[in-house]
Every structure is written in C-alpha cells, then in structure tokens.
Write a protein that binds this ligand. Structure first.
Ligand code: UTP
Ligand code: MN
Length: 507
C-alpha cells in the first residue's frame, strides 16, 4: 500500500478554525465537498493514525466526523475484512436497519482522495464487499420488480457485472433495439440494488428481470473474469465510433448512426465537413475536451452560486435547486441540472432570458438554447405519448457556461501551485429548468433521475396504478383528473410506493 504523504504545515487561508461548541477538538474550516462526510473507523487503524488522517483530510477541505451519525456517507476502514466491516455496520446501525447505509470503503479510496485533493468516485476496488447469502431457496419477493420500489445506492457491490450489462444495453441502444436496451438495463439495475456481490450463479435465482442472456453474461464473468461478447463490442469500430459521436453535445443516436453510415469515424472527420453540424453540435465539438471530462461536485456548487447570484439580480425570492445526478449524491456528472421556481405562482414566467442575459453580460455564456414554456400544448399533451420520453413543456435552457478557475488553487500539502499547467477555467454543460411552484414537486422528481428510475416510475404508475406520471403532474385517465402534490413524498404516497430518497434513486 502506498504511504500517505507526511504531515505538512497548513497553507495560509484555511488555518483559522472557528471554535464552535463541539467537544474539545476545534471545528475545521467549512468543508469543500458537501456531499461527502467521512468517518474513519478506529478499529485496526489506531487512535494516533486516525487523528493524523483526520487532520490531513480536514486540511484538504473534507468533512471528517469524530462520531458516527446518519450524516456519514463514507466509512473508511483499514485492515478490516468484509465480514468485520459488515458486523461493525450492523452494530452501529442497530435497529435502524432500514436507514440508508453508508459506503464501507477500504483505505485505498481515502488515500486516492488525499492524493487528488478531492473526493474520487467510488469504484468496486474501494468497496469492502459484504457477500450475499447463497440463494438456495429463491425469495422472489425480496427484490421488487420495479426499480422505483427498490433502494439503489450510488456505490454498490456488483460493478463488474453492471458495467458489462450496461455496455450491452448501450450497444443495443446504438442499434435502435429498445427492447434489448431495456432488458439489459433492468438486469443491471437489479444488481445495483443487491446488498452484496454476486459470487455464485445460484444467487440469480428468483431475481426479477434476469433473462437468459443477462444470466449468461454473469456466468461468463464469474467463470472467466471477462465476457467475450462484451469485450468484442467494446473493441468494435461501430461501438467506439457511436460512443464518441453520441458523447458530443447535441448528437443523438440517429445522427451518430447516419454519420457512421456515411463513413465518418473521428472528430477530425466531422470538423472537415462543418456543413454537417448545427449550432449546438458545433459548440459540442468546440468544447469537446472540457465537456467530455467530468464535472465535479465542487464545480457544480460553484456554478450554483453563479446562477443564484444572477437570479437574485433578476427575480429576488426565486430559488435554485440542484437536481440530476448531483442531487442523488454523485460526485461527478456530465452536466449540472438546476430547477428554478418562485413561491408566487406565475412570477417565474419568462425568467430564463433575464437570467441568461445577466450571465451573458458577465461573459459566462459559451452557448445557449432557450425554450420558452409551451403549457398551452399541455392541455392536449398526450399523457400516453409522454410516458416514454423525458420531454416536458417547461421553460428551460440547455447551455454551456464558462466556469472561471477559483483564484486560490494553492496546494495545501506541498505548498506548491497546481501540478497541471494552469488553465483559467472550464466549459461546463448546464441545464436550467423553470417550473411554477404548483408543479415543482413533479419537476423535481422528474429531473432528479436516474433516467432508469424515472422510466420505471412511469411504467409502475401506468401498469400497476393506471395513473399517468410525467414531470408536470400525475393524471388519472379514468376520473379525468390530476392529483396535486406539494412534495415528492406526496407523489410516492399517491402511487402507494414507499418514499425513496434521492440518494437511493441511482437505479
Ligand atoms: P441527466 O441526463 O443530466 O442525467 O438527466 P444525470 O442523472 O444528471 O447524470 P449525469 O451525471 O448528468 O450524466 C437528469 C434527469 O433529468 C431528466 C432525466 O430523465 C434525468 O432523470 N431529464 C433530462 C429530463 O426530464 N428532460 C431532459 O430533457 C433531460
Ligand atoms: Mn445531469
């Protein structure tokens, strides 16, 4: 294991510690990564090393709690087996077994975070995996059939299987095979909700959504560690090209497929034929490097501040809510999604052009495409037709914003400046959506995702409850009436579903 770098003096600026009333230890500087609360388990680590690592992480802006609480998102253990980790968790959670569980991670995750100075995404190799009991007798009720009936945390125990199945889903989507896309996506999603890793084929018995093909892939991975079918797809020119093209902002499967059939393979090929590109795609290619690198949570927070400031100028009282993957606790995303509303119905109308004008005057807008609301179409909005799409009628803006680099990127640990040659900022994809307060709960639920969770919510509503759900409302076609909701909880209640918190919607 690589050693953790030695303790250094703190750099200027972060040293002040406001002495809030907590225990003897002074409070650290405000955490830079709001989605992450670390707890270091003392077991095996020892008190002094724990204290050292705590101070190191806090100096880098991480929140590290001394005592375990439900706010803890990442439990880090050193030298513990999976079984010990699981016992420890059972012990601290006690009777509250239905609470969302923190991630149980080995020290490698912590060390990588310290090296990079920011939270790194949790991967399978970081997880202390708690094995599932072998399912000799299948219990079909233990895993519900719809993703919206399950708790699906961000980090799970079956990454190698879900990556393979999702590659197959993606490839099926590239070929326009919606049925196969859904079949693989549903199988992957089931595995994400399991409390431990699949280690034996018998554990698949009785799991919903597991067809012959998905089972065969899992078997191949269990036996050989790789799936020849998945590897073949990943190596193929078709898959690689489609993946590249659909990654471009403004390019969907249909366009990518047409370009592929015309013989285009690379970004250079596209740039050589600029007439093929619309304005959005042009922006997508111009900013490809920035837009294809992940947006980090602290960058999303920085953009939120910029958007909030603009809104304070143009419509005081309006609120900005971070939605999408970041609301589900993701540490990185492909874009940043915001939902804006105002407590007085109607005040929000026409907000986007004003906000964008304000951002534009600061030179922060690299691309924008604003859609005004089209609620007038909503009366006729075919609820059935909107079942399988994420389309809604809200006023919104799909844009690319410029996020200037914060002035202090001083390296706390080494006292040096950043290692990378300094760039002065970064282009980031941002979606701004405006909803009237009366529809806010539906918009929030619809824009929090995951996409698969949303799809399953709509499928469940229709098939099990004969209700039609979209990002504007919940409609009863028999009674010909809409069911109001003031919160996401209300919507789950209307549907007879247990409430699933955003962090558990990573289906
Ligand atoms: P995203 O595509 O942004 O996904 O859509 P994400 O979960 O945040 O993941 P990354 O990290 O950005 O890749 C967020 C939610 O917004 C809905 C989608 O259905 C998803 O649930 N959405 C997105 C819409 O309702 N309409 C849209 O036009 C786009
Ligand atoms: Mn997003």
């Amino acid at each position: 294991m690589a050693p953790v770098p030695p303790k250094r003096r703190r750099g200027p600026g972060r040293g002040e510690e406001a002495g809030a009333g907590r225990a003897a230890a002074p409070s650290p500087a405000p955490p830079r990564f709001p989605g992450v609360t670390i707890y270091l388990a003392e077991q095996h680590m020892g008190r002094s090393r724990r204290a050292f690592l705590t101070e190191l992480a806090r100096a880098k802006g991480f929140r590290v709690d001394q005592a375990y609480s439900p706010e803890v998102t990442h439990v880090v253990m050193e030298g513990s087996s999976a079984a010990e980790a699981s016992d420890w968790l059972d012990h601290v959670l006690g009777a509250s077994g239905s609470l969302p569980k923190p991630l149980l991670l080995n020290i490698s995750w912590f060390i990588e975070c310290m090296r990079q100075g920011k939270p790194v995404p949790v991967e399978g190799r970081h997880c202390l995996e708690v094995p599932l009991p072998t399912r000799s007798q299948a219990d079909p009720d233990s895993v519900p059939a719809y993703a919206c009936q399950r708790h699906t945390p961000l980090a799970h125990h079956n990454l190698c299987f879900t990556e393979a199945l999702e590659t197959l889903a993606e490839a099926a989507g590239f070929e326009g095979s919606q049925g196969r896309f859904l079949a693989f996506q549903r199988a992957a999603s089931v595995l994400k909700a399991l409390p431990g890793p699949i280690t034996n084929m018998s554990q698949l018995q009785g799991l919903p959504c597991f067809g012959e093909h998905s089972s065969r892939i899992v078997q191949e991975l269990l036996e050989h560690g790789v799936s020849s079918e998945v590897e073949g797809i990943k190596q193929s020119e078709r898959y690689q090209t489609m993946k590249l093209f659909t990654q471009i902002f403004g390019v969907g499967v249909k366009t990518a497929d047409r370009w592929y059939r015309e013989g285009l393979r690379t970004l250079d090929d596209l740039q050589a034929q600029p007439r093929k590109l619309n304005r959005q795609q042009e922006a997508g290619i111009r900013h490809f490097e920035d837009l294809s690198s992940p947006v980090w949570r602290h960058e999303a927070d920085a953009i939120q501040q910029v958007v909030e400031e603009a809104i304070r100028q143009v419509l005081p009282g309006a609120t900005v809510t971070l939605t999408g993957g970041f609301r589900r606790g993701k540490l990185q995303g492909h874009d940043v999604d915001f939902l804006i509303t105002h407590p007085v119905e109607g005040q929000e109308a026409g907000l986007i052009p004003k906000v964008m004008g304000h951002l534009e005057s600061q030179g922060l807008v690299l691309y924008q495409h604003t859609q005004s609301n089209h609620y007038q179409d909503l009366k006729d909005l075919d609820h059935k037709a909107s079942q399988n799409t994420a389309m809604d009628a809200y006023e919104k803006c799909f844009c690319v914003l410029w996020l200037p680099k914060p002035p202090t990127s001083f390296h706390l640990e080494t006292g040096e400046g950043p290692k990378e040659p300094s760039r002065d900022g970064k282009a980031v994809r941002v979606d701004l959506v405006v909803s009237p307060i009366s529809q806010f709960a539906f918009a929030l639920l619809g824009w929090t995702g995951s996409q698969h969770f949303e799809r399953e919510l709509r499928r469940f509503s229709q098939a099990e409850k004969n209700l039609l759900l979209n990002s504007h409302g919940l409609y009863d076609p028999e009674k010909k009436e809409s069911l109001p909701a003031a919160s996401e909880e209300d919507i789950f209640t209307h549907l007879g579903l247990e409430y699933i918190a955003p962090e558990q919607r990573n289906a």
